[in-house]
Design a binder for this molecule. Structure first.
Ligand SMILES: Cc1cc2nc3c(=O)[nH]c(=O)nc-3n(C[C@H](O)[C@H](O)[C@H](O)COP(=O)(O)OP(=O)(O)OC[C@H]3O[C@@H](n4cnc5c(N)ncnc54)[C@H](O)[C@@H]3O)c2cc1C
Length: 385
């Protein structure tokens, strides 16, 4: 008989919703708490690679994701004027799932929220867990509403600033500033943007990801001071200044920015929590356990995989709960460590292009090796989780 009958999921992002739906579909009673009072998710869009799409398939929402988003099977590396350097056809996907499907973050959340609620998950908005007492047999929680309840397991998918992480590993591990940040804005999709694009500049990189037939998002990655924030009135001017070296649609989008443009800035703050990702009956996943440079577009994908694998391992009731949670940690850590290392190195390599001479060296190197390099990553990540 299952020893996990009732769980609390903390956090309603991609990871928390996937976890909640995965447990509920296995017959577990699930309560999900989300700090935000509404699912008005900030952010722009998410590229979801084949490995994430396979999780959505297992949750029964693949068709919804594919009809909502924009599927593509390749990426292009260009220079700052959008002169081609490399075209890479992804070695991911199969007859059922495309290599990638990108969609707005809000639309993906809506699809996953619907899947969770249909599976019976009880979603409570505007609620946090203020106190967690874990005596090894049960996790007792006092909510911000003053109510108290107890659960067989608490799954913390509460994002990069996770407070559940404090319960598992104290303050020893936290995301650390990389010295780089990402700017993003939505824009109309030019017809010839048919997949992910990276435009390598000098001292920065810019790119595009199509989100639908009409819309894409533009991103720009560059050195930024740790703790920098760009919410003020001069945000448009600062973004424009940063895009100045780029031609093609980047120049057009830059010229069209206004104070109404929804520009989002996020620092890149990588974290890889050493395993195990649990203590007694409190377990972590998603950005609470790992955050990456965005280059492989695998952050939400790994969060979704974590949630699915956690439910699968915990509900495979063959050994003690401790051993099942250990098995979850051991399955997830190497895969996330690969994404952490590969995307972190990509960030450093591209940002080390600082002069015109560096650019010519990088152009030659990318022409020769980039597709093979990305292909290895495709094959590793396309493997079953
Ligand atoms: C520039 C950039 C581009 C990216 N592009 C991609 C991409 O293309 N593809 C991709 O797969 N990933 C991408 N990512 C990564 C992706 O955004 C994250 O990895 C993903 O959102 C993590 O999901 P999560 O559910 O773990 O955390 P989150 O999405 O952060 O969700 C955590 C949730 O928990 C809630 N919460 C926090 N604290 C509490 C609390 N105490 N109690 C209750 N609720 C709480 C939060 O409000 C939030 O809703 C990108 C990231 C960046 C910065």
């Amino acid at each position: 008989m299952a020893d996990i009958r009732r769980i609390l999921v903390v956090g309603g992002g991609v990871g928390g919703l996937t976890t909640a739906a995965s447990f509920a579909r296995r017959g577990v009673e699930v309560v999900l708490i989300e700090r935000r009072p509404a699912f008005d998710i900030p952010g722009v869009g998410l590229g979801q690679p084949a490995n994430a799409l396979r999780v959505y398939d297992l949750l029964g929402v693949l068709d919804q994701v594919l009809t909502t988003g924009f599927s593509y099977d390749r990426m292009w590396l260009f220079d700052a004027q959008r002169q081609p350097i490399v075209e890479h056809k992804f070695l991911m996907g199969d007859d059922r799932v495309p290599a990638f499907c990108a969609l707005s973050r809000l639309q993906l959340h809506e699809i996953l929220l619907d899947a969770a609620e249909r599976a019976g998950v009880k979603v409570r908005l505007g609620v946090t867990a203020d106190e967690i007492h874990d005596d090894g047999d049960r996790v007792a929680v006092r909510f911000s509403t003053g109510e108290q309840d107890s659960f067989d397991l608490l799954a913390g998918f509460d994002g990069i600033r996770s407070s559940t992480r404090l319960h598992v590993s104290g303050t020893a591990f936290a995301p650390r500033p990389s010295g780089y940040g990402a700017w993003r804005v939505q824009a109309p999709r030019p017809n010839d943007v048919r997949g992910m694009e990276f435009l390598q500049g000098i001292g920065s990189k810019t790119g595009a990801m199509p989100l639908s037939n009409n819309i894409m998002y533009l991103f720009h990655i560059r050195p930024e001071a740790p703790g920098a924030s760009f919410d003020g009135q001069d945000q448009v001017a600062l973004f424009r200044e940063r895009l100045a070296q780029y031609g093609s649609y980047v120049a057009e989008i830059s010229a069209s920015l206004t104070s109404e443009s929804d520009i989002v800035y996020s620092p890149i703050e990588p974290l890889l929590l050493p395993w195990p990702w649990f203590r007694n009956r409190v377990v972590l996943g998603g950005d609470a356990a790992h955050t990456f440079a965005p280059h492989l577009t695998q952050g939400a994908a790994m969060a979704a995989e974590d949630g699915f694998v956690l439910a699968r391992e915990v509900m495979n009731n063959d050994v003690s709960l401790e051993n099942r949670l250990m098995r979850y940690s051991m399955k997830r850590y190497p895969r996330c460590a690969f994404v952490y290392t590969f995307s972190g190195q990509w960030l450093l390599d591209e940002q080390s292009v600082r002069t015109a001479e560096d650019m010519e060296v990088a152009r030659a190197e990318m022409t020769q090796n980039a597709s093979a390099r990305i292909g290895v990553s495709d094959r590793i990540l396309d493997n079953a989780f």
